[in-house]
Design a protein. Structure first.
Length: 159
């Protein structure tokens, strides 16, 4: 089994490895096929698996429906979670959580704060400082290095 991850970001590798791991552990493949649509990719095909390969009917452009918006910095017991911002996300956004060997979960961003190096913080409506530290309240435990993603409102551009 080979996963193409050359020149790909951690978001791509984590998403694809998690989907494959779940299926290899016995989950139905059909349940995880949609996971492969969440990463930037060219149109999928079966190649030569079923005989002669056919050209993709649509343009050979990359498709991307989700953005990697953050990485959890520390374990959270279900109160406030500290996050390193990778792409813009907003107060009220529904984020999906990728954790190793766990089903994808959802959390809603509530009480979003920008965190500063002097230990202070302030309420904000948008997390938009790349690699800036933010925090928000959650209703379930999250763990260090969990990946947070958000569905794009318009698949042709970031939110």
């Amino acid at each position: 089994l080979k996963i193409e991850g050359r020149n790909k970001k951690a978001f791509y590798v984590a998403t694809v490895v998690n989907a494959y791991r779940q299926v290899l552990d016995g989950a139905p493949a059909a349940d995880f096929l949609p996971e492969l649509e969440t990463v930037s990719h060219r149109p999928y095909s079966t190649g030569f698996f079923y005989g002669e390969a056919e050209q993709a009917g649509e343009a050979d452009e990359y498709l991307q429906e989700y953005d990697w918006v953050g990485e959890v910095l520390e374990d959270s017991d279900g109160a406030r979670v500290p996050v390193a911002c990778r792409n813009r996300f907003y107060e009220g956004d529904v984020l999906e959580v990728l954790s190793p060997r766990e089903p994808v979960r959802k959390v809603v961003v509530h009480n979003l704060h920008g965190e500063f190096s002097d230990g202070t913080s302030e309420a904000v409506d948008v997390a938009n400082r790349a690699m800036g530290r933010y925090s928000f309240t959650v209703d379930q435990p999250l763990f260090a290095h969990d990946i947070l993603r958000v569905r794009r409102h318009d698949p042709t551009r970031k939110n």
